[in-house]
Design a protein around this ligand. Structure first.
Ligand code: ATP
Ligand code: MG
Length: 312
């Protein structure tokens, strides 16, 4: 295992009866990375994460996490990793503080360190004022925040988070995103997460894997995926009203311009290849068009996601 590679999956496959949930998944994750799994409902994200953290055994393939085999070295691995499942089960009859103390003890934190850690997490997750309330009376988002705090109690090197911001209000969701970013950037912890929030994935993840029916459709940095799948580059030209007609005729006559739209003095060229942008600008200016602004709109992860699924 290369020094900075903390997780290796090779040819992972797992079926439930007739349903092939994960089909030949291979990937490597480096220390400090934030790695995201994307995909429709049922695409295999949760199953992939459960295979990676050793909760599920693969039918085929193998996994190595921190140099350990999750199937035979589970207890050691669990001490060094934190998990937030899709539907976390908390001790409902205990208070928030008791829940965290319970897990801190389970993970063998030193008693003097335990209180400090638990109180810090209650603060970070904005639960301090409700620390002595029973969890059974908590809202969905409060339970989610407590479950996240619990996953962090033993300061794990790798975190597996299944939809960490689902059910959170915008303020709490942003706080969680910032926390995840800080864990990665400042503390060099590795985070593997599933999300349906494509904007979240784009801003947070160093790399993403897009799954479809258990298969890996794309894997890479969001910006690289955009370049590879970026056939939908859109270019907006703002031109003077007097030369708008001229601009339209120049653009229509330019090879490679597939589609044009014009609105409020802005002409948009759709489906243009990036390499053609300077030619278009030159053609317009050369013909005497008064050009105020040229702005390319790079494809977002959302565009790529829809393109990968054959959707507009
Ligand atoms: N324990 C299980 N028993 C039977 N089938 C399962 C089990 N776990 C997953 N599956 C099936 O495997 C497929 C992938 O499920 P998985 O939960 O991994 O999807 P997902 O990408 O996490 O979806 P979601 O976005 O809805 O959370 C689905 O068809 C699902 O029904
Ligand atoms: Mg899931």
């Amino acid at each position: 295992m290369a020094d900075d590679v903390v997780l290796i999956a090779q040819g992972l496959a797992r079926a439930f009866g007739e349903v092939v949930a994960v089909d030949g998944l291979s990937l490597q994750v480096r220390r400090g990375e934030i790695f995201g799994f994307l995909g429709h409902n049922g695409a295999g994200k949760t199953t992939s994460v459960r295979l990676l953290n050793g909760v599920l055994r693969p039918d085929q393939g193998h996994v190595q996490v921190l140099g350990l085999d999750p199937t035979s070295q589970g207890p050691e691995l669990r001490r060094r990793t934190g998990v937030l499942t899709e539907t976390p089960a908390l001790e409902e009859r205990l208070t928030a503080r008791e829940n965290l103390l319970f897990y801190a003890e389970l993970y063998g934190l030193a008693p003097e360190r335990m209180t400090e850690r638990v109180e810090a997490l209650l603060e970070i997750f904005n639960l301090a004022s409700r620390a002595d309330d029973r969890v059974s009376g908590f809202s969905k988002g409060m339970k989610q925040r407590l479950a996240l705090a619990r996953a962090l109690v033993h300061e794990p090197e790798i975190l597996f988070l299944d939809e960490p911001t689902s059910g959170l209000d915008p303020v709490a969701a942003r706080a969680v995103r910032r926390l995840v970013a800080r864990l990665s950037r400042e503390e060099d912890r590795t985070v593997i997460l599933c999300t349906h929030n494509l904007i979240e994935a784009q801003t947070l993840c160093d790399r993403v894997a897009v799954l479809k029916a258990g298969r890996l459709m794309a894997l890479g940095r969001p910006a690289d995926l955009a370049r590879r799948w970026g056939r939908n580059l859109r270019l907006d030209f703002e031109v003077s009203g007097a030369t708008r007609g001229l601009a339209l005729s120049v653009l229509r006559a330019t090879p490679g311009v597939a589609e044009l739209a014009s609105e409020d003095g802005v002409i948009s060229v759709l489906g243009i290849d990036r390499e053609r942008v300077p030619d278009l600008v030159e053609a317009l200016v050369g013909a005497g068009v008064r050009l105020y602004r040229v702005s390319p709109r790079e494809p977002t992860l959302e565009d790529i996601y829809f393109a990968l699924h054959g959707l507009d």
